[in-house]
Design a binder for this molecule. Structure first.
Ligand SMILES: Cc1ncc(COP(=O)(O)O)c(C=O)c1O
Length: 283
C-alpha cells in the first residue's frame, strides 16, 4: 500500500481526496516538481526547491521558500514510509492554488494551497542510457512561460503522444525553426565537438539535469555553447542527447526516422554522460 502526503497528512493513496473545485483540476493552476532519490538521498534537492519556490512566486501562489524547504522532510518521510531507502525512487510534488468556486481570477486571500507529494520506485533504463532513444520533431506551440513548471502540460502531452505513436521516446520541440528542448527533457546537440543547447530563457525549462550535464561537459573539457540550434543543424548533427530527472542522459540515435550520425551513441555524448552519472550517483 502506497502512502502519500496531502495537506499535512500521510494517508494511503486510495484515501487521498482532492476537491473537484481544486484549481489544479479545473485550470491546471499549480506548480510541480519531480526529484530523483538514490539510496535514500535526494539528488540536487536545493536546486529543485529553488526552482519550485521561484515558480510559485512567479504565479503568485502563496507558498513561500520556507514552506517549499519544509517539503524536504516530507520527501524523506515518504521514502521511509514506502520502503524506498535503498535503490532508486522518484518523488512527485505539486502545489496548486487550492479549491474554490470557479473564477479565473484568484480565489479569496486565505484559500489554502493544495499540497501533494508521492514517492514511487524507479528503475533507470540501462538500455536508454547505453543504446539511446528515438525522437521525433514536433511544433512547439506551448505558451511563452515554459520556464515555469506548471501542471498545465497540454503541449507536452500532445508532443509526447506524437512521439509515442511514432514508436519514439521523446519529441524535440521546434519553435520558429529552432530546437528548444524535449517535451520533458532538455536537448543537446554536438556541433564541431562542442555541446550546444538553447540558452536559459522563458522558452525552456531551466532543467536541473541540464545544469549538471553542462557542468559535467566542462569538467571533461567539452566546450559548452548556450545558443540556439536550427532544425537543419539538428538534422545534420553527428550527436544529439537529451537530459532530465527521470531520463538522466540518453543519446538520441534516430530523429524523424533518420539515424543521427552512424545511428549509435557518439563519443562526446558518452564522455559527458559518464561524467554526469558520477555526479548523479555521488561517485
Ligand atoms: C519541458 C521540460 N524540459 C526539461 C525538463 C528536465 O528538467 P529536470 O532536469 O529538472 O528534470 C523537464 C522535466 O520534466 C521538462 O518538463
Amino acid at each position: 500500500m502506497t502512502t502519500v502526503y496531502l495537506n499535512g497528512a500521510y494517508v494511503p493513496k486510495a484515501d487521498a481526496k482532492v476537491s473537484v473545485d481544486d484549481r489544479g483540476f479545473v485550470f491546471g493552476d499549480g506548480i510541480y516538481e519531480v526529484v530523483r532519490v538514490i539510496e535514500g538521498r535526494i539528488f540536487a534537492w536545493a536546486d529543485h526547491a529553488a526552482r519550485m519556490a521561484r515558480g510559485l512566486e512567479a504565479v503568485r501562489i502563496p507558498f513561500g521558500a520556507a514552506e517549499v524547504a519544509s517539503l524536504e522532510s516530507v520527501c524523506m518521510k515518504l521514502v521511509a514510509e514506502n520502503g524506498l531507502t535503498s535503490g532508486e525512487a522518484t518523488i512527485y510534488l505539486q502545489v496548486t492554488r487550492g479549491a474554490a468556486p470557479r473564477t479565473h481570477y484568484f480565489p479569496p486571500a486565505g484559500t489554502p494551497p493544495t499540497v501533494y507529494a508521492a514517492a514511487s520506485k524507479f528503475t533507470a533504463s540501462a538500455d536508454m542510457r547505453d543504446k539511446g532513444v528515438k525522437a521525433v520533431t514536433f511544433p512547439d506551440f506551448r505558451w511563452a512561460r515554459c520556464d515555469l513548471k506548471t501542471v498545465n502540460l497540454m503541449g507536452a502531452v500532445l508532443a509526447r503522444q506524437a512521439a509515442h505513436e511514432a514508436g519514439a521516446y521523446e519529441a524535440l520541440m521546434l519553435r520558429d525553426g529552432m530546437l528548444m528542448e524535449g517535451a520533458a527533457t532538455n536537448a543537446f546537440v554536438v556541433i564541431n565537438g562542442a555541446v550546444r543547447t538553447y540558452p536559459l530563457s522563458n522558452y525552456i525549462l531551466p532543467g536541473i539535469t541540464r545544469t549538471y550535464v553542462l557542468e559535467a561537459a566542462r569538467a571533461v573539457g567539452v566546450r559548452v555553447v548556450e545558443e540556439p540550434v536550427t532544425a537543419a543543424e539538428l538534422h545534420g548533427a553527428p550527436e544529439v542527447f537529451i537530459a532530465g530527472t527521470t531520463t538522466d542522459t540518453a543519446p538520441v540515435v534516430m530523429i524523424d526516422g533518420r539515424p543521427v550520425g552512424d545511428g549509435k551513441p557518439g563519443p562526446v555524448t558518452k564522455r559527458v554522460q559518464a561524467e554526469f552519472l558520477k555526479r548523479l550517483y555521488g561517485r
